[in-house]
Every structure is written in structure tokens, then in C-alpha cells.
Ligand binder design. Structure first.
Ligand code: AMP
Length: 283
């Protein structure tokens, strides 16, 4: 496995590797990331993983400085998965201080849901993903449905700017009890982790209601809210909802009469940790 940190070395290595599928990550790898690596292998003979905590997608009061960093373990996991190339640049290499920066916006998909609570987040995501695409020049790139809005924004960017890259949707990997895997789960205390379970429970309740024939977005939202706020057995862990929504899975606009695929999405704060999760439902 090649490990490179300079952009020039990454370009040279990718040229030698040939056809590459890329898995962009912020490191602190878990089974969710590893599933993307396994899926990537089906889309190209070579797999590259980027490990980069991208500062431009964090807001000024977000968790950039305390975001988990476990580079040695990440490298071990990548090697065990048979990854061909790991790109782990310094922030100063990606964004040389003082150099004017270009950004990419997909306003129609970026201002709702996460965008409303994290202004500029998707601009930072598009910026780093476009840079990684230009450096690695992959034929395919794998993204998790766990971050469904991010996936839609990247799909739209690629299509809008005619980038010759297949964006591969990868299913959300969960803990056995339903909690969506996330690098941020390691912030949770035992009590918070229990409280966090109400997020996947709420999504399951919405899915069950949908399967039973409910087709009103507002009804699914009400069901999710009831499960999220059910105080039984939750102790006194601080919990607040950033948003919960039933949205058109393509446009991300709020939907009431569900006659096309819908994404039920939740963002909530458990203690000091902000978690997101979603489920896709198709009539
Ligand atoms: P991150 O390191 O959190 O930026 O995530 C890197 C990639 O892994 C993104 O495409 C995420 O959507 C994806 N990912 C994160 N958690 C999961 C999960 N539990 N299941 C599937 N994909 C995931």
C-alpha cells in the first residue's frame, strides 16, 4: 500500500495505478468506511482512500479541533482491506495560506436540512471533493447514504460540471442495535449512546408506518418526533432536535403527499454531540 501526503506524489501514484475508485474520508475509520472500500473495489481495479479532516467544511463553532484523529489505526485498516493508495495531505498542502481559493456551490440542494444549521458546510464539501477528484482523477467515488444530503450535493456537482466520475451510493452501516456508525459516536458516554438510539428508532418507526401505507410526510415527521422525545427510560441526557424532515429524495424539498422516493432525515444533539441519520423510503 502506498502512503502519500503531497499532491504531486498522489498524482504520480494515481497515474501509475491506472483506473482508481476513490473513497474520500475524514479518517477515524469504522466499519461504515470499510464497507465503502469493499464496494469501491467492485468499481475499479485499484482503490484509493483519502484521510483528510477538511477544515473548510467545519463552521467556526464546530468540532474541527476535537474531531477524532487515528491515523495509525486508519492505515492498518486500509492495509488490511487491500487498499492500493492512501492520500493523507496536511491542510497547508490542500489550502496554502494566502492562496486565493475557488469554491463550488450547489445552492438548490445546500440550503435546506444540514445547510440551514451548518451554513457553508456543503461549499466546503464540494471544494474538497472537487480537489480530491482533480488530484486522484478516479473513475468512481463512493459515498455513504448516511450523509444523504452530501451524496445528493456531490451527485449534482458531478452532473452539473460534467465530471467523468461515477458517484456510487453505499448503504448505511449500523451497529447491531441500530445506531448508524459514525466517527462522532466515540464522543458519546454510555448514557448518551443509549439516548442516541432514539434516532434510529424514530426512523424505523417512520419506515414501519410507511410500510403500513402511510403516505403523508407530516404524519411520518410527527411519528419521528414522538419517538425522539419519548422521555421513558432516557435518564437526564440533554437532547435536542436540530431538524426532522420528510423530503423529496431528489430535490430535498419538503414533501407532504408521498408519491415518489422520500428521505426521512434527523439531526439531533445528544449532550455535546451532533448526530445525523436518515432512511430512504420508496412508494
Ligand atoms: P466521513 O469520514 O464521516 O466524512 O465519511 C466518509 C464517507 O463515509 C462518507 O461518504 C460517509 O457518508 C461515509 N460513511 C460514514 N458513516 C457511514 C456509515 N455508517 N455507513 C456508510 N457510510 C458511511
Amino acid at each position: 500500500m502506498l502512503e502519500v501526503s503531497s499532491i504531486a506524489d498522489c498524482r504520480a501514484a494515481c497515474r501509475d495505478l491506472g483506473s482508481v475508485a476513490l473513497v474520500p474520508t475524514m479518517g477515524a475509520l469504522h466499519e461504515g468506511h470499510l464497507s465503502l472500500i469493499r464496494i469501491a473495489r467492485r468499481h475499479a481495479p485499484r482503490v484509493a482512500v483519502s484521510l483528510f479532516v477538511n477544515p473548510t467544511q467545519f463552521g467556526p463553532h464546530e468540532d474541527l479541533s476535537r474531531y477524532p484523529r487515528t491515523p495509525e489505526q486508519d492505515l492498518r485498516l486500509c492495509a488490511a482491506e487491500g487498499v492500493d493508495l492512501v492520500f493523507m495531505p496536511e491542510a497547508s498542502a490542500m489550502y496554502p495560506p494566502g492562496a486565493p481559493q475557488a469554491t463550488i456551490d450547489v445552492p438548490a440542494l445546500s440550503e435546506t436540512l444540514e445547510g440551514r444549521h451548518r451554513p457553508g458546510h456543503f461549499r466546503g464539501v464540494c471544494q474538497v471533493v472537487a480537489k480530491l477528484f482533480n488530484i486522484v482523477q478516479p473513475v468512481a467515488a463512493c459515498f455513504g447514504q448516511k450523509d444523504f444530503q452530501q451524496l445528493r450535493v456531490v451527485e449534482a456537482m458531478v452532473r452539473s460540471l460534467d465530471m467523468p466520475i461515477a458517484v456510487v451510493r453505499c448503504p448505511t452501516v449500523r451497529e447491531p442495535d441500530g445506531l448508524a456508525m459514525s466517527s462522532r459516536n466515540r464522543y458519546l458516554s454510555a448514557d448518551e449512546r443509549k439516548r442516541a438510539l432514539s434516532i434510529s428508532r424514530a426512523l424505523r418507526a417512520a419506515a414501519q408506518e410507511f410500510d403500513a401505507g402511510a403516505r403523508q410526510g407530516s404524519r411520518l415527521v410527527a411519528t419521528m418526533r414522538a419517538v425522539l422525545l419519548d422521555p421513558s427510560g432516557h435518564g437526564r441526557v440533554p437532547f435536542s432536535i436540530d431538524y426532522l424532515a420528510a423530503a423529496d429524495a431528489e430535490t430535498l424539498a419538503t414533501i407532504d403527499e408521498i408519491d415518489r422516493p422520500v428521505v426521512c432525515a434527523i439531526a439531533a444533539r445528544v449532550g455535546n454531540t451532533r448526530l445525523i441519520d436518515n432512511v430512504l423510503l420508496a412508494p
